[in-house]
Every structure is written in C-alpha cells, then in structure tokens.
Design a binder for this molecule. Structure first.
Ligand code: SUG
Length: 446
C-alpha cells in the first residue's frame, strides 16, 4: 500500500476583498479597504496548485463559500429582496455587510482538523470542521464547510465527518492551522501536535494580553476525543502568549511540521523544552529533526511579515523535502539568507520554491493557510471525489471558469452591488457542476 499527503487548497471566491476584519492579524488590519483582485487571487492559488502537481504531488481543491451570505443578513433582521437586504445592510450596518462578504473560506488550513486513518481508533480518516468562533465573519463558515468536505470525501467506509464543536469561545477551534502531525511515513501512526492559545475554563493560566487567543485547550481535547486518538500519540502545546500579542494569530504563522521535521521559531511555544521532550518520547524513533530558528536569525516581527513559517514543507516523490514559500520570504534579507542556509544544513529539507500569493498574503494568508493536508492511503485517495483532484484538464477548466466569472478588481463599496450576488451564484452553481459536489450552497437549497 502507498501513502500520500494530499494538499487541498481553497479556491478563492469571487468576493475576495480586504475589509480589515481580523483583529490580531496584522496584514488584515494594515490592508483594510485596499482594492482587491479576485481574479488574480484565484489564479495565484491555482498556479500554486498546478506547480505542486508538476512536482509530482497529488493536489486537491476545496470549493469556496457563497458570499455575500444573505441568509445570515436575513437572520440578523434584514428583509425583502436580495437588493433591499444589501442596501439596508450597507446603510444601517456596513461592518456586518462586510463580514458577510468575506472570502475567508479560501484559507482551508482553518477549514477543519484532519486525522489520518493510521492514527484513529476506527481506522478511518476523521474530519472536524473548525467553528472559528473568534471572528464573526469566519464563524459563518463551518456548516457549509462540513457539506463541502462531505461532498469531497464522500465515502463512509474511509471517511468520518463530525459536526463542528459548539459555537462558543470556550471551544474556539481554528482547525489545522493549529495542528501538525509528525510521523516516520504518512502511513505510520504519527504524533498529532495540537497547539492552543489559552485555557478556557482555567483563567488563572497565562494568556495573551493584547490580541485574542482564538483556539482553546478544551477544543483541542474535544477534537482528539472525536477522532479516537490515543493519549500516547497526542501532544498539546500552548502557544507563547507573547507571540500572539505580536501578531501570531495562528500557530502556523510560527511553526510547521512534516513527517520527521518540526520547523519552529524559538519563541513559538510556552514550556518549549518539556514539550519537545514529550514529542520525542511519543515519536519514539531517533530520526526526528527539530529545526529551531533563533530570534537573532529571524525576529518574530520578520517571521510575521514574511510568513517564513507559513510555508508548506512537502515530501517530494524522491523522498526529499521542499519548502513552498511566499515571495515575501525571498524579498527579506534575513529570511532569504536563512532559507539559503537551511537547505545546506543536512536536514531533509533540500529546496525552496517561491510563489506569489500576494493577494492572499495581504489578508494574512500564506501558502500554508491556503491548504488543508490530508494524509491518505492509495485506496483512500481513490475514494476521494475525483473531480476535486487537480490535473492539467481540471486546472485549465478552473482557470477558464475564473476568467469567465471573476472581476479584475473589487473595492469594498462594490460589495453592496446586487449584481455581485448574481455573478457569485452563477459562478458557484457552475463550479458545483465542474467539481460534481451536488447542492452544497444555501442558494441551491431554497
Ligand atoms: O482568519 N484573514 C484570515 C487569515 C487566515 C490565515 N490562516 C492561517 N494562518 N492558517 C484570518 O484572520 C482577513 C479578512 C479581511 O480582513 O477582509 C481574514 O479573515
């Protein structure tokens, strides 16, 4: 049996915009109200997906969500035709309208937490959509995310789908952005590392003072229980509260793991040495690489600006690892110097490839935010909805679909345009046919 890690990237939706919605996410706040290009954003994402397939990786795509979210606006008391709902919301609650237009589902690292079959009690791949309670605009995602995941991984024999955790800050869950898995090979049972920002029930424990800790310890434990993971192979680590206060709103902004490599900034975690010892003990095997980046090599501020740790570490078919980094890393003197050196250090990481994902970066989403990792056996890959896997034909088709439906430029004011609702629905309706997802969107269920 063969084993693969498949990246499922989020396709950027037609309403991609910069609304400054994410307090604690420096890029989102800095770019509030800038003009966006949904077409460019979607194409940058597709280019990255295609490049990974060209490297010999299996690559998937997850559909975006329906925005503007008119159902939520109606739930909040706006009535009448779609046009009237938009007009009234724009007039009386413009911030609420912006939140209901965000294309934030593109960052599929926040779509769910995934545990591969080698780790779970029933031998299936488990998915729990993230509830994303900390940000209103993101809390609108989990239900439809669940439907999209079920339509993508649509086989009960291999895939188990859970409901997202209760929608409350006590169980704030940001999904795989705060979860990484270390293993010798994708098919071997691994150590699942859950990272959280704070304890919900024990408020005497350390927590950030300035920016919110979105993800709780209690949420991590609940997901581990749902997935049937053994305590012997799970490690819970608290993020260093000080780095959250410097803009590290998810752990994947300061650390990333792949197979036997954990790449992290020395300030990433609380209680670092004890936790690394626990990982080593539970991992068992000696061939484990902890690659620490010291503050004098790259500061936390530079890591947040360049997204050095929001890189994807992938294992290529020849067994070597490569880093998929945003071009911001190449443009930074200290980070590019660090990466040039890293590939010579004798760790499994041998190459760096840079990608322009600037449209996403301006909202605080790097290469790793754009993907959800699913480690699978070849049988499990065969059970995935094949239309969601990228090949040359599907890449072409999705590019043409973007060309046909997406705007070149979008300003925040354009979000009240009822024409945008029609454009988005027409595009998404066609997308569900391209990906053969069935009726996953609210407008398809009316
Ligand atoms: O949740 N940005 C997203 C970025 C998510 C990045 N994901 C990972 N690190 N895995 C967030 O903060 C900004 C939207 C806006 O401001 O318009 C936003 O939602």
């Amino acid at each position: 049996m063969k084993h693969f890690e498949v990246n499922f990237d989020g396709l950027v939706g037609p309403t991609h915009n910069y609304a400054g919605l994410s307090y604690g996410n420096v890029a989102s706040l800095n770019n509030a109200s800038a003009a966006s290009s949904p077409k460019q954003a979607a194409k940058q994402g597709l280019q990255k997906m295609k490049a990974l397939t060209d490297m010999g990786m299996i690559q998937g795509v997850l559909a975006p969500q329906e925005r503007p979210d008119l159902d939520t606006l109606r739930r909040l008391g706006f009535t009448g035709s779609d046009q009237r709902v938009l007009e009234e919301a724009a007039k009386k609650a413009p911030e609420v309208l912006l939140a209901c237009c965000s294309a934030s589902s593109m960052w599929t690292a926040n779509a769910a937490t995934v545990s591969p079959s080698a780790d779970t009690a029933d031998g299936r791949v488990h998915f729990t959509p993230a509830n994303l309670t900390n940000k209103f605009h993101r809390s609108l995602e989990p239900q439809v995310t669940g439907r999209i995941l079920k339509a993508t991984f649509n086989n009960d024999k291999y895939f188990a789908h859970h409901t997202h955790l209760p929608d409350n800050e006590h169980f704030g869950d940001e999904g795989a952005a705060n979860h990484t898995r270390l293993c010798r090979d994708y098919g071997h049972a691994g150590v699942e590392v859950f990272v959280f920002g704070r304890y919900a029930f024990n408020t005497s424990k350390p927590a950030p003072k300035r920016f919110p800790a979105r993800h709780t310890y209690e949420a991590c434990q609940a997901v581990a229980r749902l997935h049937g993971l053994s305590d012997d192979t799970v490690v819970y680590i608290q993020q260093n509260p000080d780095v959250i206060d410097q803009g590290v709103f998810h752990n994947d902004v300061i650390s990333v793991g792949n197979q036997n490599v954990l790449f992290y900034h020395e300030q990433a975690f609380a209680d670092t040495q004890a936790k690394l010892d626990e990982i080593q003990r539970k991992f068992g095997h000696s061939d484990l690489h902890f690659i620490k980046v010291a503050t004098d090599q790259v500061s936390v501020q530079e890591a947040v600006k360049t997204y050095l740790f929001n890189t994807q570490i992938i294992t290529l078919p020849d067994g070597n690892m490569a880093i998929i980094a945003p071009t911001e890393c190449q443009e930074s003197e200290s980070v590019s110097r660090y990466l040039d050196e890293l590939v010579t250090l004798g760790t499994p990481i041998k190459n760096v490839h840079y990608f322009d994902v600037k449209q996403s970066m301006r909202n605080g989403g790097g290469p790793a935010c754009l993907r959800l990792r699913v480690a699978m056996t070849d049988q499990e890959v065969d059970a995935v909805n094949p239309n969601t896997l990228i090949n040359d034909a599907q890449f072409e088709r999705l590019n043409q679909w973007v060309d046909k439906h997406y705007r070149d430029q979008l300003n925040v004011d354009d979000l009240r345009d009822p024409q945008l609702v029609m454009e988005s629905r027409t595009a998404l309706d066609e997308l569900t046919q391209i990906l053969k997802l069935g009726s996953v969107y609210p407008f398809q269920q009316d």
